[in-house]
Design a protein around this ligand. Sequence first.
Ligand code: HEM
Length: 498
Amino acid sequence: MFADSPLEQLGDSLGFADVSTGTVALVTTTLLLSAALAYRKLTEPKVQGITPPFIPSTIPFLGQAVSFGSSPIEFLLAAYEKYGPVFSFTMVGKTFTYLVGSESSALMFNSKNENLNAEDVYSRLVTPVFGKGVAYDVPNSIFMEQKKMFKTGLNIVRFREHVHIIEEETKDYFKRWGASGQNDLFQALSELIILTASHCLHGREIRTRLDEHVAQLYADLDGGFTHLAWLLPGWLPFPSFRKRDRAQREMKKIFHEVISKRRADPNPDDDMLQTLIDSKYKTGRPLTDDEISGMLIGLLLAGQHTSSTTSSWLGFFLAKDKELQDRVYEEQKQVCGEGFAPLDYDQLKEMSLLDRCLKETLRLRPPIMTMMRMCRTSQNVLGYTIPPGHQVCVSPTTNHRLPDTWKDFDKFIPDRFIDPEVANSEKFAYIPFGAGRHRCIGESFAYVQIKTIFSILIRKYELDLVDGYFPEVNVSTMIHTPTNPVIKYRLRHPDIKI
Ligand code: HEM
């Protein structure tokens, strides 16, 4: 009924799987929220100071949702050109204020959580997936303690072990690709990232239980990360919400069984699960089984889309530039020797070209396109006052493309990072892992994981685009994945076994 209409496009960008459910939900939500918005406008307090420039819209309630939803980065870069580093606009009844560029972004990264708050914007999406008692369901000071426990578990001794685990998993996984062909790279890397992350971050016991049923549970949990779940209350009877809740209960049951066996084990493995079992809050209280389960789910899912999307884009950038791909292969031989003995962590560190390729992929395709906080108290930035109730946003993708900061900003040039000053010239010019109190704790693990996978992949196969097609960015999902991500491959040396 609404084929190709803005409403349908919005439905797609909100992640509605079926148009009729989406349409009914959208129309109902639109009416209800329009009324609520009109009431709020009448009652909201006046702010002192100059509010940021506002991008007007003639579409009531939806505001800029369609323009933003169809090409968010172009929208933000054009707004930056026209309005400068701080501007506001409305979408679906909410007001968003973007801070573009290093100077204005500092407001978000230096702020206190009680002023620019993460739970207010992320909890509805994340808590039904991770469960109660962890991450955005607890006061930020508790989450900070939980993040510290993660950091203790993600150490170099463990990374050394992880390299071997990931190498073996990768070799095993790519046996199914055969000598040559075409395959969905994003799907393959998503599967491989789950296998390797589960093995390294959850431990051997949980990895051995990762069969098709558990993979489906992860998929259902992951299906909870949609625009729909972000906008609407979790108790609504959408099929994806129900599947997500059922999957969460089942996953936790599996974790509880593994944790109680592990607690009883006199010779436990030395891994992240053990770190969490041994951890205590400042009060001296250890984590409950439920908290450990939620933290393990969170750890896996926080790295799942981010790392699989990043590594897929890396594959396509290398497939597009065959000369660069050859240089990456030469680096493998130079660092590890022609025989390709088992990889180790120190060699991974020496692969500086592969490192720069990953870094540049994260510049042009950072998986988290926008970080968001709820403005709880008036905030001053560059002469403007942001009122409470605005959702304050910083977009790594936009900061990474500002022509005044990045030379040839839209070109994939890994060697730009040979000069370390390039990424550090302005504090928040390069922020794929965020900054400040909410900064990512998974950066080093992600580098170990992706560099190990690509070492094996590039040694084994030569990658090519299919008929020269470089994937478009799919902006309808929360993380910007490659569209139709099929890649062509053939063995580099049919006689060498990798
Ligand atoms: C290429 C891979 C990854 C990228 C680009 C990435 C990016 C990010 C970003 C941008 C944030 C900040 C979010 C915000 O400020 O709102 C973040 C936070 C976080 N990430 Fe990652 N991440 C990656 C992988 C991982 C992995 C592998 C893990 C776990 C092992 C992980 C765990 C976390 C956690 C726990 C937070 C903290 C959230 C908070 O304090 O609010 N990430 N990540």
